[in-house]
Design a protein around this ligand. Structure first.
Ligand SMILES: [Zn+2]
Length: 279
């Protein structure tokens, strides 16, 4: 298994009253009575429960650059403890002056990608100008994968439902794919439903230059959704991601059974996920 979407939060930031709770997106998303947090060891233990494998891990999309750097350091240490099991990405705030230097610093400590970025949580513009453009162009130059949080414009409300919706993504992605050729960008949470518009040929063309992950899918969509998306844009564009510790891999089993691999194997979409992560 290759899980492309796991969040790690350092133990000292979990306790009530820590600086993390002054970040409004973090506080909103962890407002449950018993919020779930994971370390690198927790992710490895969960992988082992499913028979082994690897995971892509990253911190939380805080808006404060100092807090992001602190968490990036810890994520790099967690990855170094489990180098054969974990791959670490860096989270930076594209709106910050420090984003470029933080990306460079993260490369030096062994992180190999960017994300999960979150326009609502971090307060950057979801447009192909300024900070986001600079950060993703840097990613493209480094040959790094990137992942962006996306949300559905319709349906039930929940903590963490943001405004990076398919209409806004459409405006961002045209110029992005034009300029950042070769950028491996994954739109989390099935891109807020963008691939469901792929009956429109121009949307299908756009989607075939991107990846979409399954994170939080069981909370959002019926079990048929992946079969439809695979038919519209290709199974090779769907990455497996759990949003662990929010959801465990086992929760995705019935959704994944709708799209068995060509030979009936690879139930975890490992090949597509690997192409996004490693090129
Ligand atoms: Zn997300």
């Amino acid at each position: 298994m290759l899980d492309g979407h796991c969040h790690l939060v350092p133990p000292w930031l979990r306790a009530a009253g820590s600086v993390a709770w002054s970040d409004s997106w973090f506080a909103t998303c962890h407002g449950a009575a018993h919020p779930r947090f994971a370390s690198g060891q927790d992710v490895v233990a969960e992988l082992d429960r499913e028979g082994g494998g690897r995971a892509v891990v990253f911190g939380w999309p805080f808006s404060d650059p100092g807090l992001l750097a602190e968490v990036n350091d810890w994520v790099a240490e967690e990855v170094a403890r489990h180098p054969t099991r974990l791959t670490g990405l860096a989270v930076v705030n594209p709106a910050s002056e420090r984003a470029a230097s933080e990306l460079e610093r993260c490369r030096g400590i062994g992180l190999v990608g960017l994300g999960e970025l979150n326009a609502d949580g971090q307060g950057f513009d979801l447009e192909w100008v300024g900070g986001l453009r600079r950060a993703l162009m840097a990613c493209s130059d480094l040959g790094w994968p990137a992942i962006l949080h996306c949300s559905e414009p319709v349906g039930h409300d929940y903590a963490g439902k943001g405004t990076a919706t398919p209409d806004r993504l459409w405006r961002l992605l045209g110029p992005l794919l034009e300029e950042a050729q070769g950028l491996r960008l994954c739109l989390a949470h099935l891109g807020g439903g963008l691939p469901l518009y792929a009956h429109m040929p121009e949307v299908a063309r756009l989607c075939r230059g991107l990846w979409f992950d399954t994170a939080a899918l069981p909370y959002l969509y019926s079990e048929r959704v992946l079969a439809d998306v695979a038919r519209l844009i290709g199974r090779e564009r769907i990455c497996f991601g759990t949003d662990f510790p929010l959801l465990r891999p086992s929760r995705y089993r019935t959704h994944l059974e709708a799209i068995p691999g060509p030979d009936g194997r690879d139930p975890w979409l490992e090949e597509a996920t690997l192409r996004w992560v490693a090129g």
